[in-house]
Design a protein. Structure first.
Length: 62
């Protein structure tokens, strides 16, 4: 459930998520992986770094 929530939030603002320094990158190409290949821990790290989690706390969503 958390993974789906974070995926939806990150997909709404892909530019911000993909430009985050903690966005997971492909080891061969160095490009940011597509969201389908992100692990839950990676989604949490990026969401935290772009203040998505803080935003949801302030709105009382989590």
């Amino acid at each position: 459930m958390l993974e789906g929530l974070l995926l939806g939030v990150l997909q709404r603002n892909p530019g911000k998520a993909n430009q985050c320094t903690t966005a997971p990158k492909d080891s061969k190409s160095g490009k940011v992986k597509s969201f389908a290949h992100w692990k839950l821990a990676e989604m949490i790290d990026v969401a935290h770094n772009v203040d998505t989690i803080s935003h949801f706390k302030l709105q009382g969503r989590i």
